[in-house]
Design a protein around this ligand. Structure first.
Ligand code: AMP
Length: 312
């Protein structure tokens, strides 16, 4: 598979790389890490990244402008994105050939070629594996981006998807001279307003007797704290620090009155719940969308049921 991907990369002069909406460090690390990797190894090619520049992560990577004409005869690669609806920049199918590289469950097969490895901790780990296995040249910039992606998706090596292979790859990336301490500090830092919201989450978390927990962040509250939807990424992991919590949902009200539901779990799969509510994701980290208070309630009841079944 890796050989086939490299073959396609060699074949095309222009390559455009996409990733999912609402990008996180792994989406950006895999997308821009791959871009820099290909630029380094194929300097004669035009390799671009497209999508929305997430202001909270602009320190990590920024996007470029890609003209419609550039898709003509181009190779398009989509990283870290399970389904087409979540691909940022809908022009992904205007190229000549489409490759999917992802580590989410392969619920929606798309692309002319697809490399999906659900046992990889992150898509950035897959890109690093691709580079090392194919003998491509890496530099400190590339290592920095891929390392950031791996740290992001493993919760800095906390989640079970962190494998011996992850550490092997990380050890190799660490050999490059990037600002490791600065990056670690950057990924750990939050604005003071986010720190206050973390306090709110601890204060208002509802936890049932089986360890199913939830917290609702209304628009009013977010405005009061001066926080945007993207900032809630920093608080999703917070309930998991409590030893009695097994699975949890952070319900974030959107400006249109719907709710983005960020579901997490320590060991009980919760992605089936996300799938039933307009979402999906990994077994232990998924996202859903809810369109009413009643649906929020249904989602929490389903979460409670999963925790109750496991407690029997
Ligand atoms: P989040 O809470 O947004 O960080 O999402 C956690 C995981 O679930 C990520 O791997 C996402 O790719 C996935 N995910 C989030 N929202 C959705 C959705 N609406 N549809 C499919 N997957 C999603």
């Amino acid at each position: 598979m890796l050989e086939m991907i490299l073959e396609k990369i060699r074949e095309y002069q222009t390559i455009v790389i996409h990733r999912h909406m609402r990008p996180d460090p792994d989406a950006l690390g895999s997308q821009v890490g791959l871009q820099r990797l290909l630029q380094k190894n194929f300097p004669e090619k035009t390799i671009k990244v497209t999508g929305y520049t997430e202001p909270n992560l602009a320190w990590l990577a920024e996007m470029e402008t890609v003209a419609d004409e550039e898709y003509q005869g181009a190779l398009v690669i989509v990283t870290d994105t399970a389904n087409q609806a979540r691909i940022d920049d809908k022009r992904y199918n205007q190229g000549d050939f489409l490759i999917k590289i992802d580590h989410h469950p392969n619920d929606e097969v798309y692309g002319d070629l697809s490399w999906v490895n659900t046992s990889a901790s992150s898509c950035s780990e897959m890109i690093a594996q691709f580079a090392f296995d194919m003998g491509l040249e890496i530099d400190a910039d590339i290592a920095y981006l891929l390392y950031a992606g791996i740290v992001g998706d493993t919760g800095r090596f906390l989640y079970p998807a962190t494998s011996a292979k992850t550490f092997d790859i990380v050890a190799k990336l660490r050999q490059y001279e990037f600002d490791f301490a600065g990056l670690s500090r950057q990924m750990e830092s939050v604005d003071y307003s986010v720190a206050k919201l973390i306090g709110y989450v601890y204060d208002h978390l509802e936890i049932d007797e089986n360890g199913a927990a939830r917290v609702l962040l209304s628009q009013t509250l977010l405005k009061e704290f001066g926080i945007g939807d993207a900032d809630t990424a920093f608080i999703v992991g917070v309930p998991g620090r409590i030893n009695t919590v097994k699975s949890w949902g952070v319900f974030v009200e959107q400006p249109d009155g719907s709710y983005r539901v960020r579901l997490r779990s320590k060991f009980l799969p919760i992605n089936e719940i996300a799938k039933r509510h307009h979402g999906g994701g990994h077994p232990l980290a998924s996202g859903a969308n809810s369109y009413s208070i009643e649906e929020n309630e249904e989602i929490y009841q389903e979460l409670k049921q999963v925790a109750a079944d496991a407690s029997e």
